[in-house]
Ligand binder design. Sequence first.
Ligand code: RNT
Ligand code: ZN
Length: 423
Amino acid sequence: MENQVKQAYEAAKSLYAQHGIDTDEVLKKLAEIKVSVHCWQGDDVKGFLNKDGELTGGISVTGQYPGAATTPAELREDLEQAFSMIPGKHKVNLHAIYADTDEQVELDRIEPKHYENWVKWAKEQGLGLDFNPTCFSHEKSSDGFTLSHSDPEIRKFWIDHCKASRRIGAYFGEQLGQTCVTNVWVPDGFKDNPVDRMTPRKRLKDSLDEVFAEKLDPKYHLDAVESKLFGLGSEAYVVGSHEFYMGYGLQNDTLICLDAGHFHPTEVISNKLSSLALFTNGILLHVSRPMRWDSDHVVIMDDELLEIARELVRHDLLPTTHIGLDFFDGSINRVAAWVVGTRNTIKALLRAMLEPVDALKSAELQGDYTLRLALTEEFKTYPFGAIWDYYCAQQKVPVREQWIAEIKTYEQEVLLQRDKSFV
Ligand code: RNT
Ligand code: ZN
């Protein structure tokens, strides 16, 4: 390790120690946190099952940056590159359309064998896996409805797809010896004001009951449901709203997924965690960055990210919260997007762990709001960067911006060569 990094760490360590914060202990705890890195940033949510299909379901990726992965092997290569620049051991979050198979398999027929290469790779790399049924970008979702569809046959197709997905999730969990979260998100909704808001919700509820009927061992597999306020083409009404899934998740003991981009623009998920946590056994997060709408920008170190991290740390929610990422930007180097978003998420957790929470809580309890404000603000310039650099060095990943040069080399040597091979 560079001397400078070590010296800066020692100086910062003694500053934090004055507030009773043991930075060595903090870094041990930080190393235990797994972030679920979403595979779909690597290829603009295209997947491999319906290669020429366009992205539908009210989500959208913009940008033409060269070098997107077009095969499972390329996607894994990119993920390995990203993980070599991210401290800690993490998970990869797969969508069903990322099956690695030559078979022309339909979504309602997918089986663990279609994901075997992912499992093998995850074992080799020491990674966990999470899973998602893909209820979009498909001819059977072309009118915007899936699990709540009025046509029983179409509904059955999506029910079968979600059932098959849960079995794959359970297989991941068993194979890798760590819990896999399978998250159900469906785009269902209306562009314009519906007459009947209730019946599609009733159908969604019934479909979910069928999907979740098979009991799976919670040691290896957990279900999650993800709500949304609106999407492109479902501006007026989304069947799976927050109230819908909050009710469903509480009644059926599934994880409730909070996506940072799925609420009203001034509504934040950080303020929901302490409420939900009182009534649930766990929460799934989709850490994202909405800009004016559910735009899924790369996660940066903004106030909301830090606030989410603080809530998890201050209320001891880390053991029961599954931290997933959900952003996709096709206008920049996609591997860099992963690195920036994931490093920021981990860094925000570190910053939250380096705050004098007990002192702040006691100031609040005593009504000393001056101290609460003043100390919070002073801590914003405490040298967390020195602790972060040391952590990166300790975990043998690039310190500070060193990774940028590495990713430029990777771009030249790997990403840009892919596009050439098509010419
Ligand atoms: C869409 C949801 C969902 C998707 C992924 C690809 O608005 O956020 O989580 O982003 O399933
Ligand atoms: Zn999401």
